[in-house]
Write a protein that binds this ligand. Structure first.
Ligand code: S5P
Length: 263
């Protein structure tokens, strides 16, 4: 079996055995236990609104994705509340910080400042453009933390005209291969050709998360591109990230169930 076939055919249990990454193993276990590969992205600016949506969808997700720096009324209670909910409803937290600097700067951005991301986010993501230093900088922080921490590399992006294609994607996968204890996998494109390419070169111990998923439209605002859950999973993705398709819906709970079933 090639990598693509392994991604499609092996069970989560079998896939979990193909990695030593502690967070990746935890994710495979959780997806199997909760019977969901849905990660919801709640991109709203008001804390009360954030928690009201999260409360509705919590039973259907294995992970919530945050953009902590868009919350207008942020204070440390936000994190306390988020952690309590994560424990109660058994989901993980992914801060979509998209780190992109040299090692010593991301080390500080991950550990310090108002948000202290490393103290509460199970998963973060990073651009591969700085090279291995970015992973080393993040990993210095993660190694000090008791709970499993992981990182996704942006091997591709979903926006029309992205520069993260072809050789950039391949080199990102090579970088991940050298850093398997901390890198859990990739952000992959929602577009068929690109996603299939990533799914065929990425070792099946790596997870592929795909945003740009929406059941109602193919074009989002500001050059975002969408496809359906069924398409991205058939094209080799493991996990769908759904933002506005759920958070802007009139009934987020019903939509979350629909996306969960489709994926
Ligand atoms: O290439 C990407 C990478 C990410 S993480 N394209 C994306 O859309 N994202 C994120 O996924 C984006 O920042 C947003 O939070 C979410 C997609 O939201 P939606 O409303 O378009 O579904």
């Amino acid at each position: 079996m090639n990598n693509f076939e392994k991604r499609i055919k092996l069970s989560y249990k079998q896939r979990a055995e193909l990695t030593e990454n502690k967070l990746t193993k935890k994710i495979f276990r959780l997806m199997e236990e909760k019977e969901t590969n849905l990660c919801v992205s709640i991109d709203v600016t008001n804390a009360a609104k954030f928690f009201s949506i999260l409360n509705e969808v919590a039973e259907h997700i294995f992970m919530v994705k945050t953009h902590i720096d868009i919350i207008d009324d942020f204070n440390p209670d936000f994190i306390k509340k988020l952690k309590i909910m994560a424990k109660k409803h058994n989901f993980l937290i992914f801060e979509d910080r998209k780190f992109a600097d040299i090692g010593k700067t991301v080390q500080l951005q991950y550990s310090s400042g108002i948000y202290k991301i490393a103290s509460w986010a199970d998963m973060v993501n990073a651009h591969s453009v700085p090279g291995e230093g970015i992973i080393q900088g993040l990993q210095v922080v993660a190694d000090e933390i008791e709970n499993a921490r992981g990182c996704l590399l942006l091997a591709q992006m979903t926006s029309k005209g992205t520069l993260a294609t072809g050789d950039y994607t391949k080199k990102t996968v090579e970088l991940a291969n050298r850093c398997k204890s901390f890198v859990s996998g990739f952000i992959g494109s929602s577009q068929e050709k690109e996603l299939k390419m990533l799914a065929s070169i990425a070792d099946p111990g790596f997870l592929i998360f795909t945003p740009g998923v929406n059941l109602d439209t193919t074009k989002g605002k500001l050059l975002q591109q969408y496809t359906t859950p069924e398409q991205v999973i058939n094209h080799g993705s493991d996990i769908i990230i759904v933002g506005s398709g759920i958070s802007k819906a009139e009934k987020p709970k019903e939509k979350a169930l629909l996306y969960r079933k489709e994926a």
